[in-house]
Design a binder for this molecule. Structure first.
Ligand SMILES: Cc1cc2nc3c(=O)[nH]c(=O)nc-3n(C[C@H](O)[C@H](O)[C@H](O)COP(=O)(O)O)c2cc1C
Length: 188
């Protein structure tokens, strides 16, 4: 069965670079045989502020939790906002507390590609480290290749949305390969 990869992230900005990078990784995964689905900034903006005590979940919340439950791997992409993960993305991750009581707790055993876009290198580095910490806390396996771009110094996408930066394209392809081969033995 095809590996199911769910992307979560981006911002509400048109041409959000974090969203575009997540979509680029998902496209590479799809080229390697994955079924890929993206929850972008607009989708995440439909999630109410997470309330662990609330008895009901709206349709957007149900869709994200169901997709993650069915996923074999995730891609999480955040901008660096004030030196950390954006509220939009963190709110979505917090909702995944709903998977705590599942047979697969949180992200247990899942490979997770992480992406950060920030206007400076410092926020890129610390936000990527923060995402790794979050994924570890939720029992997931961040892929060795995390991607952090500096959106001031790097313009990876052309006007038509094509990924034109060869170095970043190589990181995207490698992260996708790591997502798709995680837990697959060479002999299999
Ligand atoms: C509210 C806010 C806070 C930000 N804080 C930082 C920051 O602390 N460090 C930094 O390098 N860039 C910061 N940025 C810039 C964004 O990280 C940068 O523009 C990023 O590329 C946006 O991602 P996007 O293209 O997916 O929207 C901030 C931007 C906003 C809107």
């Amino acid at each position: 069965m095809a590996r199911r990869v769910v992307g979560i992230g981006g911002t509400l900005r048109p041409r959000s670079s974090s969203e575009m990078l997540a979509r680029a990784v998902l496209a590479e995964c799809a080229a390697l045989g994955a079924e890929a689905v993206m929850f972008d900034g607009i989708a995440l903006s439909e999630l109410p502020h997470f309330n662990p005590e609330a008895p009901t979940r709206n349709a957007a919340e149900q869709a994200l939790v169901a997709a993650v439950r069915a996923a074999d791997a995730l891609v999480i992409a955040s901008p660096g906002y004030h030196g950390g993960v954006s509220g939009l993305v963190k709110n979505a991750i917090d909702l995944l507390e709903d998977t705590r009581g599942d047979a697969r707790v949180y992200f247990d055993g899942m490979p997770i590609g992480l992406i950060v876009s920030a206007a400076g290198w410092q926020a890129g580095g610390v936000t990527l480290a923060a995402l790794r910490g979050i994924v570890h806390a939720m029992r997931g396996w961040p892929t060795p290749v995390g991607i952090a771009i500096n959106s001031i110094e790097q313009k990876p996408f052309g006007a038509d949305g094509t990924l034109i930066d060869a170095g970043i394209a190589a990181q995207v392809a490698l992260q996708a390969r790591q997502i798709m081969t995680f837990g697959v033995s060479e002999a299999a």
